[in-house]
Design a protein around this ligand. Structure first.
Ligand SMILES: [Cu+2]
Length: 316
């Protein structure tokens, strides 16, 4: 349900345990679950039992005069206190493991925005909605947001961290299983929130190093580069056909007369497409709200902008 590993994962209540902390988190979670269940049975069961056993049986039935019971009162305070302290100490121990960053961690930079995730490696390699890390290696993600608060969650790794505009937050994990694992945004961030998905691809160290060297655009035509970017970043909001999504469909845009919200018309040429990508609020298509599309200024280089223009030209 949560992850799509290379091997078929056995069906279970919890996602695959794919990191060094996953087992610790699950143990604490199961302890809390069982303790809560026992407390629930005692409280609700006791409530039902007393309600029946001591119900009022007639007009003259008077409530017995009860003062107190030291032993009982101590027990019902002290036993929960011990359980809470165990949960606190245990939780602290697990949290400390999750928040103590190993010094030798491989650092990857992450940027969240409506509605995709960008990943950037130290050698300049950039990817969108998918990133690769080596197995059995500590990885530190240094994360920020371009617009609103998002939250980066990898269920299989049991790690989650808010991603906040204007500052960096971080999380770390050490993947213990190879495979492909789902990333979710878990902070509601607008229309495309549920489609704000990414994949962590965990591979051998050698495979990771090869992957890191590969130029993702090598051997691709401009339009193919554009298609790759479109599918990663634009498809959440724009259909490649005529359908209306968050934004207008881009099929047939090139060469057409685009009606704007101020009633004027503009030719859908290269300059219009470029401006719409880099300065999306300059010209708003009629029937769509302003201020929704984020700018891609500084996010795409010239080749990528040209690629997108070529790809959009080819859409019908
Ligand atoms: Cu989000």
């Amino acid at each position: 349900m949560f992850s799509s590993t290379a091997q078929a994962a056995p069906r279970s209540l919890m996602p695959v345990q794919g990191s060094t902390v996953a087992g610790y988190v699950d143990s604490l979670y199961i302890f809390l679950l069982i303790a809560s269940f026992i407390a629930c049975v005692l409280v609700i069961g006791g409530f039902i039992y007393f309600a029946i056993r001591y119900r009022r049986r007639g007009e003259n039935d008077k409530t017995a005069y009860i003062t107190h019971n030291n032993t009982l009162e101590f027990a019902w305070s002290f036993i929960p206190f011990v359980i809470f302290m165990v949960a606190f100490g245990w939780g602290w121990w697990v949290y400390d493991k999750m928040r103590s960053f190993p010094e030798n961690a491989l650092e990857v930079h992450v940027t969240g925005y409506m509605w995709a995730w960008d990943f950037m490696y130290k050698n300049g390699k950039r990817t969108t909605n998918e990133f690769t890390v080596p197995v059995n290696t500590p990885v530190k993600l240094i994360m920020t947001s371009r617009d609103v608060i998002h939250s980066f969650f990898v269920p299989a790794f049991r790690v989650k961290q808010d991603v906040v505009p204007g500052r960096y937050s971080a999380l770390w994990f050490e993947a213990t299983k190879k495979g492909r694992f789902q990333v979710f945004c878990t902070e509601y961030c607008g229309t495309g929130h549920s489609a704000m998905l990414a994949t962590v691809n965990v591979v051998d160290l050698e495979e990771y190093e090869d992957w890191l060297q590969v130029d993702p655009y090598r051997g691709l035509s401009l339009a193919q580069i554009g298609q790759q970017i479109f599918e990663g970043r634009c498809l959440v909001c724009h259909s490649p056909g005529q359908d209306r999504k968050v934004g207008p469909g881009l099929g047939g845009l090139f060469g057409s007369q685009v009606e704007l919200d101020d009633g004027t018309r503009v030719l859908g040429d290269e300059n219009y497409i470029r401006e719409s990508i880099l300065y999306p609020n300059e010209k708003i298509t009629a029937g769509y709200p302003a201020g929704v599309m984020p700018t891609f200024l500084g996010q795409l280089d010239e080749t990528e902008v040209l690629g997108l223009i070529e790809y959009i030209k080819s859409l019908e």
